[in-house]
Design a protein around this ligand. Structure first.
Ligand SMILES: NC(=O)C1=CN([C@@H]2O[C@H](COP(=O)(O)OP(=O)(O)OC[C@H]3O[C@@H](n4cnc5c(N)ncnc54)[C@H](OP(=O)(O)O)[C@@H]3O)[C@@H](O)[C@H]2O)C=CC1
Ligand SMILES: O=C(O)CCC(=O)C(=O)O
Length: 498
């Protein structure tokens, strides 16, 4: 186990460094905010400059390193992550609050991503295609993009940085990671693991600090070629606009207002498991969390009773305690945000069936705990049915038909994850076709993405890119089209006279 408080530093060009300004920030345990988990640099534009310079220098050799050799390095990281899984999971649980079982799952995603990305190093396929000309070869090859800024949130402090760093590196790019200021210790330990795997200097640089300082300096920096961002749609829109102005490639993975439909022919026990973990897993702080339950009127009463019963039994507590099922929210501002949405719900006429307030138990009063909450009598036009709450709050919406259920599901500015519980195969295929979302589960919850498939969504959830799977290779490479003419003569006339 790691002994806290930790002293975290930036990692630039192979050296652990304080911020040039020497300023520091603190990360605290969300289950008991009196406990300091780590101190870390509050960096600025000068630190970003140094990191960009290091990454640009390292890029020249790394892009020429054969992709299978780059892949071996990624694979070694996966092996070390596996050896240090428990240590990293425990630290994550302390720093971010998620229960240990979920923290292990988060690290496992990093391991899976290492194995998958390493495999891509031996594929990295291009195309060959016939040329219009005789004695001419035509093909496409993938080239790295260059120096990548990776800006990550706190909800998956290991998985999301791995989703970005591993494919970026295997494609021959170098990176600068700006982790969320709520989870600097997890990011630091992760980079230490990369270092333990034999990280060449400058390949991965870590710069801690505030988003509007470090993040902003990165997205504006002329030495950055690509920005990959996961976080709120609000910040994502700003990041996208800045990158647009400065001609940077930008990949945005933003919010969700994910729904689970439960039809009258569904297996209700199965749908219940899905709803509980989709809504309250990670305290509702997943971009794929279920925040709307769209229930057919014929099963609504029965299903709601089952849901209430199960929600009542959920054990809130510190993530590090083995029997905890729901941990705290990550920080005070998330607690305030969820409390604010409860006021909104009240003003809009929704009814709280259970929960609805900050937890005041003696054991939990020093943490950011909010009771798992179910809101009834919600209609699709209400703000609580349309805006991302990012907490343990699920809204119940009643519908009378399958068609209405799909219409309600699609009636949101977001389009990340979705789920339908039904035993009718025709409805299942209709849902796959008609749902406007990047991910659809049939008879499974809205959460639980696997690293070898594309991850991302439509509408305000992103800007058309996908993370994970081979789609990530498309983000982190440029296409180069190559023509090889072996005719030995100028074929100009043929080109012009087609
Ligand atoms: N899609 C998802 O997985 C996530 C969605 N969210 C949504 O966002 C809401 C607010 O959470 P929050 O953590 O503030 O999310 P943000 O989108 O603000 O933060 C995400 C990342 O972006 C950084 N950042 C902030 N401002 C800028 C900027 N101007 N330029 C570049 N980078 C920046 C943050 O740094 P810093 O650490 O300083 O904030 C963090 O590293 C949540 O309630 C939830 O709705 C949040 C996290 C994940
Ligand atoms: O559970 C999932 O589907 C992954 C969720 C995720 O990566 C996220 O919330 O950012």
């Amino acid at each position: 186990m790691v002994t806290t408080p930790l002293t975290c530093l930036n990692y630039i060009d192979g050296e652990w460094l304080a911020a040039k300004s020497q300023a520091i920030l603190e990360s605290r345990n969300p289950a008991d905010w009196r406990e300091v988990i780590a101190t870390f640099p509050s960096s600025g534009a000068e630190d970003v400059d140094a990191a960009v310079m290091a990454a640009s220098k390292a890029y020249h050799n790394w892009r020429l390193t054969p992709a299978p050799a780059r892949a071996e390095f990624i694979y070694r990281i996966g092996e070390i992550l596996l050896q240090r899984k428990e240590e990293l999971a425990y630290l994550m649980s302390q720093e971010m609050g998620k229960p240990l079982a979920e923290a292990r799952g988060d690290v496992q995603e990093g391991i899976d991503c290492a194995i998958y990305s390493a495999g891509e190093g031996r594929r990295m396929f291009g195309q060959t295609t016939p040329s219009e000309m005789p004695n001419k070869f035509a093909m496409t090859v993938r080239s790295p993009v260059g120096v990548c800024a990776l800006i990550t949130p706190w909800n998956f402090p290991v998985a999301i940085p791995c989703w970005k760093m591993m494919p970026a590196l295997v494609c021959g790019n170098t990176v600068i990671l700006k982790p969320a200021k709520d989870t600097p210790a997890c990011a630091t330990l992760l980079v230490e693991i990369f270092q333990q795997a034999g990280l060449p200097n400058g390949l991965v640089n870590l710069v801690h600090g505030h988003g509007d300082e470090v993040g902003q300096a990165l997205i504006e920096h002329p030495g950055i070629n690509l920005v990959s961002f996961t976080g709120s749609s609000q910040t994502g829109a700003e990041v996208g606009a800045t990158c647009g102005r400065t001609f940077k490639r930008v990949c945005l993975e933003l919010g969700g207002k994910n729904a689970q439909i439960v039809m009258d022919d569904a297996d209700l026990e199965l749908a219940l498991e899905g709803a509980i973990w989709g809504a309250f897993g990670t305290t509702g702080q997943r971009c794929t969390a279920t925040s709307r339950l769209i229930l057919h009127r014929d099963i609504k009463e029965k299903f709601t009773a089952m849901l209430l019963d199960k929600t009542r039994k959920l054990r809130l507590g510190k993530g590090t305690e083995s029997d905890t099922e729901v941990g705290p929210l990550v920080n005070k501002s998330q607690l305030e945000r969820v409390s604010y949405y409860l006021e909104v719900a009240h003003n809009e006429g929704a009814k709280v069936l259970i929960g609805g307030k900050v937890c005041t138990d003696e054991q939990l009063k020093h943490g950011f705990f909010f009771e798992p909450t179910i809101l009834n009598h919600v209609t699709p036009d209400m703000r609580v049915a349309r805006e991302e709450i990012f907490g343990p709050v699920v809204t119940l919406i009643e519908v009378s038909s399958f068609e209405e259920a799909i219409k309600v599901l699609n009636d949101t500015p977001y389009g990340l994850s979705s789920s339908v519980y039904t035993s009718d195969v025709n409805r299942a295929f209709q849902a796959m076709r008609d749902i406007e979302a990047g991910i659809t589960y049939i008879n499974g919850p809205t959460i639980g993405a696997e690293v070898h498939l594309p991850f991302g969504g439509v509408k305000q959830t992103g800007n058309g890119h996908r993370e994970a799977g081979s789609a990530a290779i498309d983000v982190f490479t440029e296409w180069k089209t190559v023509y090889v003419d072996f005719s030995g003569r100028l074929q100009r006339a043929q080109i012009d006279n087609r």
